[in-house]
Design a binder for this molecule. Structure first.
Ligand code: NAD
Ligand code: UGA
Length: 450
């Protein structure tokens, strides 16, 4: 099938590469010339395990092409996926300007029937707006060309995106055009043995399904974070509690990990957008409002522990905090809404400085932190180093922020030698408190008996 993907970011590029990998002829479009130039040179603008090999393999086979030209992209396609960003607007709602701009660009050019697929995460009712935007442009041209709009939300996770896309749990498609649904079934057949993963529904339900999934997962995390904070007060260990409840198949063991709050480009914005959608319809989503509030507080949890450890915020002045991990989760360089940004902000405000190491996100972190704090402040208060060991040299304590594999088994005796104030703050509960304590280090986790 001839597919165009509009928006070549995390979702667009992964979707395009995976569709090409099963034999489709794919053109990925983006308005960002830098990205398209990189891709045309075999360079991948984002860090996603396995993506580079898949992109290069399919580009070399001639099945995957990149362009900034809407003329070329629209002419190419039988199916057009919209995978542009839907960032939060000031009031929390999803900003649809990129989606609607892309829809108009399609309407200005289509000459043959096409199925337009909303893959971006968009509020209920967006398919109608996309249909109207395309229709208006087609009408302006006075041509007669048919098109369908379906919703096909994406459920991949960064860091595991290829696997999630190639082996999805389910493929949700919303639409009322039988021909378009049939085409979507064919397109997804290679990812859906005997079609058993294909769930067809109406457009609005498909749009809401995406928000429901992210909101449910975010709520589980906030629930566990709140319970972790209670466990600390009660002298219980949240890790035992997590195991104890996760073995109940009705609960399940995934997404029960307490930490420094959920980050990333999706949970925070999607929870806000759903709360706003409800408010626009005169409903208050009490549970999700609490989910968000708990998450905002949780991003401060390690800073508050540092303040307690030092006996007051004033005692953090002049301290050097070693940080392991900057990205919002392992296996990505994505810094959007990363909990590390809140911790660094708090540390700078307290007059502490930071020595940080991240296996892949250093460059992106530096870019984002420079935008927030300015180069001068960073020069004075932040050093991003090239090795985990260098981040603890000359540091007073270590804070584990992102659970990259390479941080899992440090030599705690070595750490006890270098850390001046002999303490490890484990923001993801990856260390055994007893092992850390045996090396002569104070251990602070999230909701654990330290
Ligand atoms: P992204 O920011 O990585 O990529 C979006 C791309 O769209 C950018 O490269 C941008 O230049 C391009 N773009 C913007 N306007 C354009 C236009 N008019 N024409 C062509 N290109 C345009 O975003 P992302 O993380 O891939 O997310 C895309 C959508 O998918 C969002 O709605 C997001 O919520 C959803 N989503 C993301 C993930 C994820 O893990 N990142 C997972 C599931 C769903
Ligand atoms: C999330 C969803 O998992 C995907 O299904 C969805 O498609 C995507 O959002 C999206 O809509 O964009 P992603 O944000 O890439 O994927 O990463 P997750 O693995 O879900 O992690 C999100 C955040 O939650 C991270 O900060 C992570 O550290 C945190 N988290 C996750 C926890 O604190 N505890 C957990 O148990 C799991």
């Amino acid at each position: 099938m001839k597919i165009t993907v509009i928006g070549s970011g995390y979702v667009g590029l992964v979707s395009g590469a995976c569709f090409a990998d099963v034999g489709n002829n794919v053109l990925c479009l983006d308005v960002d010339e830098r990205k398209i130039n990189m891709l045309n040179n075999g360079e991948i603008p984002i860090h996603e395990p396995g993506l580079e090999g898949m992109v290069v393999r399919n580009a070399e086979a001639g099945r995957l092409k990149f362009s900034t030209s809407y003329d070329v992209a629209v002419e190419h396609a039988e199916v057009i996926f919209l995978a542009v960003g839907t960032p939060p607007d000031e009031d929390g709602s999803a900003d649809l300007q990129y989606i609607l701009a892309a829809a108009r660009s399609i309407g200005q050019r289509i000459t043959k029937p096409v199925v337009v697929v909303d893959k971006s995460t968009v509020p209920v009712g967006t398919a109608d707006k996309v249909r109207a935007a395309i229709g208006e442009e087609v009408a302006k041209r006075g041509v007669n060309v048919s098109f369908s709009v379906v919703s096909n939300p994406e459920f991949l996770k960064e860091g595991a995106a290829l696997d999630d896309f190639m082996k999805p749990d389910r493929i949700v498609v919303g639409g009322d055009d039988a021909g378009a649904l049939k085409l979507m079934r064919q397109l997804y057949a290679p990812f859906s043995r005997n079609h058993e993963k294909f769930v067809a529904m109406d457009v609005r339900s498909a749009e809401l399904t995406k928000y429901a999934a992210n909101a449910m997962l975010a709520t589980r995390i906030s629930f566990m974070n709140e319970l972790a904070n209670l466990a600390e007060l009660l002298g219980a260990d949240i890790e035992s509690v997590r195991l104890g409840i996760g073995m109940d198949p009705r609960i399940g063991s995934q997404f029960l990990y307490p930490g420094m709050g959920y980050g990333g480009s999706c949970f925070p914005k999607d929870v806000k957008a759903l709360v706003k959608t409800a408010a626009d319809n005169d409903q208050t989503l009490h549970i999700l409002t609490a989910t968000e509030l708990v998450n905002e507080n949780q991003k401060n949890v390690l800073f508050n522990k540092l303040v307690r450890f030092y006996g007051g915020v004033e005692n953090l002045r002049g301290k050097t905090i070693g940080l392991w991990g900057l990205s919002f989760k392992p296996n990505t360089d994505d810094m959007r809404e990363a909990p590390s940004l809140v911790l660094i902000r708090n540390l700078f405000a307290a007059g502490a400085s930071v020595r940080a190491y991240d296996p892949v996100a250093s460059k992106e972190a530096l870019r984002v932190l420079t935008l927030e704090h300015g180069a001068e402040k960073l020069q004075a208060s932040l050093e991003i180093v090239g090795k985990a060991g260098d981040a603890v040299q000359g540091a007073d304590v270590l804070v584990l922020v992102t659970e990259w594999k390479e941080f899992r088994t440090p030599d705690f005796n070595d750490l006890a030698q270098v850390l001046r104030d002999k303490a490890v703050f484990d923001g993801r509960n990856i260390y055994d408190p007893e092992v850390v304590a045996t090396a002569g280090l104070r251990y602070e986790g999230i909701g654990r008996i330290g």
